[in-house]
Write a protein that binds this ligand. Sequence first.
Ligand code: RET
Length: 278
Amino acid sequence: MSDQLQLSAAQFDLVYNAFSFVIASMGASLLFFLLIRERVHPKHRMAVTISTLVVGIALYHYLRIFTSWEEAFTFTDGVYVQDGVPFNEAYRYVDWFLTVPLLLAELVVVLKLAPSVTRTLLVRLTIAAVLMIGLGWPGELAAADSVERTVWGAASTVPFLYILWVLFVQLKRSLDRQSAGMRRLVDALRWVLLLSWGVYPLAYIAPMVMADPVAAEVARQVGYSVADVIAKPVFGMLILGIALLKSKDEPARESDDLHEELEAFGEPTPPAGTPANA
Ligand code: RET
């Protein structure tokens, strides 16, 4: 959006290092989810598989974002001038188009609700996620002080609020039937989701409310990056915790390795040979 910006070395590096931090986080969590998947009971593996896809997709996009950021600036007379190839903001939105429906699916799938409830939730949440991102995109391209940015941003907020309503109000009813340990994890999961997802609209409005366009651009990029790490790898870790907790209740485990992971999540482990659902 904003060309010919001039960033100090510190401002340029802050964004550069934020992207680098995201790449390391996505890469490490991709590896971790792949290494640990065998320890999750096959019945609960789907959610972990989806987490793996999410961080893999994000790893690819952040590698492209990182390169695009480097190519957009030249270092002249002690400042970074944005006079290169335009920074490609679309990678971020393409990433969200793929990962946001997947993140919501991850959450719904791990809960193992009745198939008809799962189907309805998946359809509704996917449609809302696509609308939220699709409506936000034209606004992201619009100038900071334009009416368009406000109108598209407001339109995108409607499906955003709908998603939060489904997760916090509708889903609550289904959760009452889950165990206390599960409810604790799912609660943590929803707060992580709310706190990280809440950062995106704030980063979007940064150019509208901050007087200095350079500081606003830095805040927007760093804000989106930090939110992405919480929304994908951290959220994925909690999903993994739920999948491991549910695996504990499944029969016919081939190994006892599961106990280590459960202990890491602060859960008591059943003695060896305990029957399923004991
Ligand atoms: C936009 C436009 C302004 C209004 C709102 C937005 C919300 C974006 C969100 C994005 C979530 C992205 C995630 C990515 C992680 O993989 C589009 C910025 C409400 C909530 C979770």
